[in-house]
Ligand binder design. Structure first.
Ligand code: PLP
Length: 444
């Protein structure tokens, strides 16, 4: 792009575009960092033609990689036939039914009934409302509280923000929704309680403590990300998630797995919860279901919960979005799932994930400032520390993770800094189509 043309775009951007999740001041005063123009495979190109490895699958979502014409064509075909119809009041259409059936066939256990939304935040808000409605119908209106966890990210709508455990999202101003409480995150590397080694017992204890404090009869659901993401890619210790399931069973609490990042192959299985051998009562999904080509999300609920809802239901379930189950989005999702299946991308994520993990371990062994690395499938992180032995972090004023990702960007790699509670983490989450040579390129 010519310099003069670029300046015009920057000025227009500064004047008219209120950017999501960005510094308002920097957006207004400095303008955008980059104008992205096109994508191909794991690469994305800016308006000057510079190539970047998309090391975060953009926002953890472009699972099948960029530039998939089949996905554009599936949207185009559906739009030409019927671009939009709603599915309120028992209206229906084939793409939504086909997609619901497909997702039911992929989801674990008896998770088989799908309520569609347009993204992850809406999916989590929907799951909270379904959980609360379920207990209301069963005559337990006092069961409305939701347990989430520190470092969790569940989105930015009011319910999802209330469940999110990252203060920067919670403190924009004014009160959040009532009834959301937080247990500890199972981040063993940063645990100061369990000696000599944290196996996640303290994080489980913190859930028990909350239940005792609040009363089990007031808790509707516990929401967990099978692998945490935006608060640091935290792989829970073995058996931690089984223990959460046990707590839910013991106290009659519903278990919600937020698979907005981990769903659709990211961790080397269709759903991240499958690594744990437990079946939640609901799974929320978005991102990877369409690989980000078009907005879509949803909640898969168990047949058991659905049957109970049917049995007790006495009124309209007055909750649904205009774009719940958008026909074109459903068509894209079906094609996207077909690509993931035909190209064996879940298996590829598992195989390439092993190389990623080995590469991250090597980086940890070679570099004094890398304190910890974690990964599952193609989802991982690197934690930067000042002192490897004491795990002392750099001062937050140094913004080390930010500096490193800015430098990586200059080299042509897009990643994401996570700076929470004085920890410096760099997230890695490349498209599932990545091959061995590209994994090495990313690691180099
Ligand atoms: N849940 C998780 C685990 C996420 O990572 C995100 C987004 O990053 C969301 C929910 C919110 O999704 P959306 O941005 O589509 O509303």
């Amino acid at each position: 792009m010519e310099v003069s043309e670029k300046l015009t775009w920057i000025e227009l951007d500064k004047k008219h575009f209120f950017h999501p999740s960005s510094s308002i001041k920097d957006s207004y005063e400095k303008g955008p960092v980059v104008f992205m123009e096109r994508g191909e495979g794991i690469y994305i190109y800016d308006a000057d033609g510079k190539e970047y490895v998309d090391g975060l699958s953009s926002l953890w979502n472009v699972n099948v990689g960029h530039g998939r014409k089949e996905l554009a064509e599936s949207a185009s075909e559906q739009m030409k036939k019927l671009a939009y119809t709603h599915s309120f009041s028992r209206f229906s259409h084939k793409p939504a039914v086909q997609l619901a059936e497909k997702i039911a066939s992929l989801a674990p256990g008896d998770l088989s009934v799908v309520h569609f939304t347009s993204g992850g935040s809406e999916s989590n808000d929907s799951a909270f409302k379904i959980a609360r409605h379920y207990f209301k119908l069963k005559g337990q209106s006092q069961r409305f509280k939701i347990i989430a966890r520190d470092r969790a990210y569940h989105g930015v709508s009011m319910g999802a923000t209330s469940a999110t455990g990252l203060s920067i999202f919670r403190e924009l101003g004014g009160p959040l929704a009532a009834g959301f409480i937080h247990a500890s995150a199972p981040y063993s590397y940063r645990c100061e309680e369990c000696k000599p080694e944290c196996k996640g017992d303290c994080a489980i204890e913190s859930i028990y403590d909350l239940i005792e404090q609040e009363g089990a009869e007031t808790i509707a659901a516990i929401i967990i990300e099978p692998v945490q993401g935006a608060g640091g890619v935290i792989i829970p210790p073995p058996d931690y998630i089984k223990a959460v399931r046990k707590i839910c069973d013991k106290f009659g609490i519903l278990m919600i797995a937020d698979e907005v990042i981990t769903g659709f192959g990211r961790t080397g299985k269709w759903f991240g919860i499958e690594h744990e051998g437990v079946v939640p009562d609901m799974i929320t999904f978005a991102k990877g279901v369409t690989s980000g080509y078009i907005p879509l999300g949803g909640v898969v609920i168990s047949e058991r919960i659905y049957r109970e809802l049917v049995e007790h239901s006495n009124q309209n379930f007055a909750h649904g979005f205009t774009y719940s189950g958008h026909p074109a989005a459903c068509a894209v999702a079906l094609k996207n799932i077909e690509i993931i299946t035909n190209e064996k991308l879940v298996e590829n994520a598992a195989g390439m994930g092993i190389l990623l993990q080995q590469g991250l371990e090597k980086i940890k062994n070679e570099l004094d400032i890398v304190g910890n690395v974690m990964s599952r499938g193609l989802l991982g992180h690197i934690e930067i520390v000042k002192d490897k032995t004491s795990k002392e972090a750099f001062s937050s004023s140094h913004k080390v993770a930010s500096q490193i990702t800015e430098q990586a960007f200059e080299y042509g790699l897009i990643t994401r800094p996570i700076m929470y509670n004085n920890t410096d983490i760099i997230a890695i989450c490349p498209p599932l189509i990545i091959n061995e040579q590209q994994i090495n390129q990313l690691l180099d």
